[in-house]
Design a protein around this ligand. Structure first.
Ligand code: FAD
Length: 395
């Protein structure tokens, strides 16, 4: 699908930039599956930004290169295969494109250059303790008082809120009409008085998630995106921006390579894992699934390039791509056997003093647990099944 002379040359250019620019310590930490702290990630963003590779999918007016979906997918694949950190999609794929489409000129000017520089970090304040899949049930409220809102409530599962400078947040501004009708989309400075971020340590040992409490937080009205009570349209559009990318082909290929490496370097009873029938059949099945996923993603890309509507059946890409990531992680853990069991907090973080570790076994269990989230975040697999059943199959 991606095999044309132009696209091959494009791929080669990306590859060589990544080879040249990616700092060895960041590559090693990513390869080991360690979590990298904010400062080093920001430094990496800055390096990419200098080459125009941080937000290449944005319009040129705002520092992007207006890439096609195909180019973006090749880029994501090369980033994954180079063991470069996955870029924070909340910042670069969600709020950036939302501001491009829905921000007023002052809002765009204020935020887009800062995001494109790589130095500003965003988090997403959608989910609440009683509003996840049923997001329209959200209860965090914002009351207008003159030229600002007063926001009260709490958010949960807010990824990397501990790193964030800003949060885009869904708040309830009205209880009239359908639940979707009284929701607004606000940008909130994480340094505002009244915000408390409480980390949640995951079963994998990392702090990815947080609770965010908002207690009489003042938000200037010029930080409202779009119209008051009409935030649902803005909120939904976030998903559109990355529907095709949710197949996560690159991340799947990276995991396939790790599973293979584990099997080639480990033995059981003197026999290489890669030569054992159980491994070979599972690997072959997953590889076939990946080939099918890529072919399927190609169909949707072709539709998009032909100017056709993408359609609700695109849900299958998210459903299949996220489950496949979990299956690769499980295969790697099984290939490593007891070696995958230890879970040392020292191994998980990639601070400058982090001890050296085996690049495959050190974080294998953690990564496996972390991968559980893929079939929940961004609309769980059950919700994707519902969409396919109702909107595609008409059940
Ligand atoms: C890795 C990860 C990162 C996340 N990051 C963020 C973030 O940065 N910001 C943010 O706002 N949120 C974030 N979330 C939260 C995520 O959006 C929610 O977890 C998700 O929407 C599901 O909501 P819930 O956890 O409340 O589960 P619930 O909605 O309570 O669902 C519980 C179970 O019931 C099933 N279920 C629910 N409704 C139906 C239905 N109608 N039909 C069939 N089954 C159903 C679900 O599939 C699930 O299995 C993140 C989650 C994960 C896992």
């Amino acid at each position: 699908m991606f095999d044309t002379p132009e696209l091959n040359a494009f791929r080669e250019r990306i590859r060589s930039v990544l080879r040249e620019k990616l700092p060895a310590d960041v590559r090693e930490a990513t390869r080991c599956g360690q979590l990298i702290e904010r400062d080093r990630l920001v430094a990496w963003h800055e390096l990419l930004a200098a080459d125009g590779l941080l937000v290449p999918h944005w319009p040129t007016e705002w520092g992007g290169q207006g890439w096609s979906v195909t180019q973006q997918m090749i880029y994501d694949e090369e980033v994954a295969m180079a063991d470069a950190p996955e870029l924070n999609s909340v910042t670069f794929d969600m709020i950036g494109p939302v501001l491009v489409r829905y921000g007023n000129p002052a809002q765009r000017k204020r935020f887009l250059p800062a995001i494109a520089s790589g130095r500003q970090w965003w988090c997403q304040g959608y989910s609440e303790p009683n509003a996840g899949s049923d997001l329209a049930a959200l209860a965090t409220r914002a009351e207008r008082r003159g030229d600002h809102y007063i926001v009260n409530g709490s958010k949960i599962w807010t990824s990397y809120a501990q790193y964030a400078d800003w949060m885009f947040c869904l708040v309830r501004t009205s209880r009239d009409g359908k639940p979707q009708e009284g929701i607004s989309f606000l940008l909130i400075d994480m340094k505002s008085a009244g915000i408390t971020v409480r980390p949640i340590v995951g079963v994998h040992g990392w702090v990815v998630f947080n609770e965010v409490f908002l207690d009489n937080v003042e938000v200037p009205v010029d930080q409202l995106i779009g119209e008051e009570d009409k935030g649902w349209t803005v909120a939904k559009s976030l998903l559109e921006f990355e529907r095709l990318k949710l197949a996560r082909i690159g991340e799947n290929k990276r995991r396939m390579a790790r599973a293979k490496e584990a099997a080639m370097t480990r033995t059981d009873d003197g026999v290489r894992i890669a030569d054992q029938p159980w491994f070979r059949s599972r690997f072959a099945e997953l590889e076939m699934r990946l080939i099918a996923l890529e072919a399927n993603a190609g169909r949707f890309i072709a539709r998009q390039q032909a100017g056709e509507k993408i359609g609700a059946d695109v849900s299958m890409l998210k459903m299949r791509g996220s489950r496949l990531i979990q299956l690769w992680e499980e295969l790697t853990v099984d290939a490593l056997g007891p070696e995958a069991m230890p879970l040392s907090p020292d191994w998980l973080y990639a601070g400058a003093d982090a001890p050296r570790q085996d690049s495959l076994a050190g974080t294998a269990s953690s990564r496996r647990f972390l991968a559980r989230g893929y079939t929940i975040a961004g609309g769980s697999s059950e919700i994707q099944h519902n969409i396919l059943a109702k909107q595609v199959l008409g059940l």
